[in-house]
Write a protein that binds this ligand. Structure first.
Ligand code: 5RP
Length: 232
């Protein structure tokens, strides 16, 4: 028996910036969906619009697909729209899509404004190809121009991880706080903290160096993945 679908209905928390560009690229992604596809579904507002456009295509073209969502929010949106979901232990993605906060000329990315970078990286690294769906505001001359690199770490290790990030050359390291919905630090879907970290220079081994710090689960720095940038 199914739950009432309104229980999982979600709303984006604020107005979606660059809405027209995001919607246009969401429609482009939806046009790629084929019957039988297993698709990695990214997170963020552009991905959310893509989920809604894919649901529309599924209905119009009677398609059957499986989604591998990268966050609770996207999973809930899929459920409310009737898109079947699975997890990576059950199936592998044929391809995927996801948003980004920054894209540089090497196609290196910063992701994780929404705190979902661990599952985003997990799904992307298991996908033969991922389309990065972005509006023009996401293209930068160098990474950390507008957004920090989020580093997800185990709560009991956050001060030592901060120390190690400064030793790697970080300019700033800030514990991400919840804002108005809760006092104290943001807790990720894996029960961890996020350290928002800026570097004036991002070298091609920085992702690996951050990952090697004891207590780090993952970072939002994505270097050298199988991606194609899709914008309008
Ligand atoms: C969430 C992400 C998002 O993909 C990224 O923040 C882009 O979001 P938006 O499409 O809302 O601009 O990495 O963790």
């Amino acid at each position: 028996m199914k739950w009432n679908e309104k229980y999982s209905k979600t709303k984006w928390k604020c107005e979606i910036t660059h809405y027209d560009q995001k919607l246009a690229v969401a429609k482009k992604i939806a046009s790629l969906v084929k019957d039988g596809d297993v698709i990695g579904f990214g997170s963020g507002s552009t991905s959310l619009l893509a989920v809604r456009e894919i649901a529309r295509r599924i209905e119009e073209n009677h398609l059957s697909i499986t989604a591998l969502p990268t966050s609770n929010e996207i999973r809930m949106e899929c459920v409310s729209l009737g898109i079947p979901v699975a997890n990576l232990n059950d199936v592998r993605p044929d391809w995927g899509f996801d948003g980004a906060d920054e894209v540089d000329c090497h196609k290196w990315l910063i992701k994780g404004r929404g705190g979902a970078m661990f599952h985003e990286k997990l799904i992307m690294s298991n996908s033969p190809k991922t389309y990065i769906i972005v509006d023009q505001s996401k293209f930068v001359n160098h990474l950390c121009e507008k957004f920090p690199i989020p580093v997800e770490c185990v709560p009991s290790a956050y001060t030592s991880v901060m120390h190690q990030l400064y030793k790697l050359g970080a300019d700033t390291v800030e514990l991400r706080l919840s804002g108005k919905s809760k006092d104290g630090p943001v807790i990720t879907e894996n029960g961890n903290y996020i350290l928002d970290t800026t570097f004036h220079h991002v070298s091609n081994d920085l992702e690996q160096k951050i990952k090697q710090i004891i207590g780090v689960l993952e970072s939002g720095l994505f270097i050298g993945y199988n991606i194609e940038i899709m914008s309008i």
